[in-house]
Design a binder for this molecule. Structure first.
Ligand code: CTP
Length: 398
């Protein structure tokens, strides 16, 4: 259970903050509501008091609160700060560092992830000053759930409605750090397949969806790590709060990973890198009549093996293996041959589990020979098992 601060400002959509509050509570978290003075004119704090079971904070100097410097005390306690709905005014105050009420002062004291869901009239949303404020906040790592289109309180149709409360809750839960076990650590994760072009329309690839790697990245973020995700072509949205580097080919992935490896404490290669590529890609589409019956391929460089050769200073390196038979034996050989700390071996011989599926089952083998076999799990749950195993290894290295 974490504590979440929910800031609400004076947009007509603020009644939806009740649903957001409930969503976080249903996920097992405690919510402290902070209203601006103007917001209380639309919805009285008593409603939020009743829903949250805590007194809603409004004023900076409020003797109803037991803390001496309430904004600082609360800022230290929370795992996430959400502002929904956020008016153009609060965005401007946050961006400028203005601190003239509880909510704006609190923003400056917060060190947890911050998620903002703006709501305003479409003309205001597109005003360059508003967009400039948003850009500045994004640069500082603040996350946004952009407004949606539709019917606005002012009678206009357009962009500016508060995003769906369920979406705001889902994004918030993604950002919520679950403990601090990886705080201060930089984690590099790869995900997805690579595409090796034969010509501008044809490529060689595999069935990887990228889901497992994305879940590995998400879980690392939830544990407080700074995460860089190098992703091949995938159709899924990346988790919030992480840096995503998009690549297409195995060679591009190698370049991106090699450059970032020295600053990563832990590297997890979950990508299904193509093992082969074409000697060169044709610049123009090859005509059917020009295609040979057999195509020449050349092996790609093994990125993971290269990293194994460079690994030092307590860095942890984790590989994946996709096997259809002799799972444990092949995985053990990979730990040895590629100088890994842990290998996560999937059996990809069954339908509905592993490649391009929501479920996965794995055998984890670490460099000391410890073996853990999981049940069939969601990829999200398996990601947690993988991080538990990695954190065990870090404990042993200390
Ligand atoms: N990998 C890599 N570079 C490649 C190929 C794979 O870094 N060119 C990484 C993958 O990200 C994964 C692991 O190596 O972490 C998979 O190892 P690999 O030996 O390729 O296993 P399989 O693909 O299962 O191949 P094999 O047929 O050799 O068992």
């Amino acid at each position: 259970m974490a504590k979440i601060a929910l800031g609400v400002t004076s947009s007509v959509s603020l009644y939806k903050a009740c649903e957001i509050l409930r969503g976080f509570q249903k996920a097992g978290h405690e919510v402290q509501v902070i209203e601006t003075r103007n917001a209380t004119a639309l919805v009285a704090p008593a409603l939020f008091d009743a829903l949250s079971g805590r007194r809603t904070i409004i004023e900076l100097f409020d003797d109803r609160q037991p803390w001496s410097v309430a904004h600082v005390a609360l800022a230290k306690e929370i795992g996430l700060f959400v502002v929904a709905p956020a008016t153009a005014n609060i965005l401007a105050k946050f961006a400028a560092g203005l601190a003239d009420d509880f909510l704006s002062t609190f923003y400056l004291a917060v060190r947890s992830p911050i998620l903002i869901a703006p709501a305003m009239n479409e003309a205001m949303w597109y005003h360059p000053q508003v967009q400039e404020n948003i850009r500045r906040l994004r640069e500082r790592g603040v996350q946004f759930v952009d407004p949606a289109g539709g019917f606005l309180a002012c009678g206009d149709e357009g962009l500016g409605r508060l995003a769906d409360p369920n979406l705001i809750v889902a994004r918030g839960l993604d950002l919520l750090s679950h403990g601090d076990s990886l705080r201060g650590k930089t984690v590099l994760v790869t995900a997805g397949p690579t595409h090796e072009a034969l010509d501008p329309v044809r490529y060689l690839s595999n069935r990887s969806s990228g889901r497992m790697g994305f879940e590995i990245a998400r879980e690392a973020r939830r544990r407080g790590a700074d995460v860089v995700l190098v992703a091949g072509p995938t159709a899924i949205d990346p988790p919030a709060g992480i840096e995503v580097v998009r690549v297409v080919t195995a060679a591009e992935m190698k370049k991106a990973v090699d450059a970032r490896f020295p600053s990563a404490d832990i590297t997890v290669m979950a990508a299904a890198v193509a093992d082969f590529t074409f000697p060169s890609a044709a610049a123009r589409k090859i005509k059917k009549s020009g295609l040979k019956a057999s195509l020449e391929v050349v092996p790609t460089a093994d990125i993971l093996k290269g990293l194994g050769g460079r690994k030092k200073d307590g860095r942890i390196l984790v590989g994946f293996a996709a096997e259809t038979h002799d799972l444990e034996e092949s995985a053990r050989a990979k730990v040895r041959d590629k100088n890994l700390d842990l290998v996560v071996a999937n059996d990809v011989s069954r339908d509905g589990v592993g490649f391009d599926a929501d479920l996965n089952q794995a055998v984890l083998i670490d460099r000391r020979g410890r073996v853990r076999s999981t049940d069939i799990l969601s990829k999200r749950a398996l990601a947690a098992v993988v991080w538990d195993a990695i954190e065990d290894l870090r404990e042993q290295k200390k």
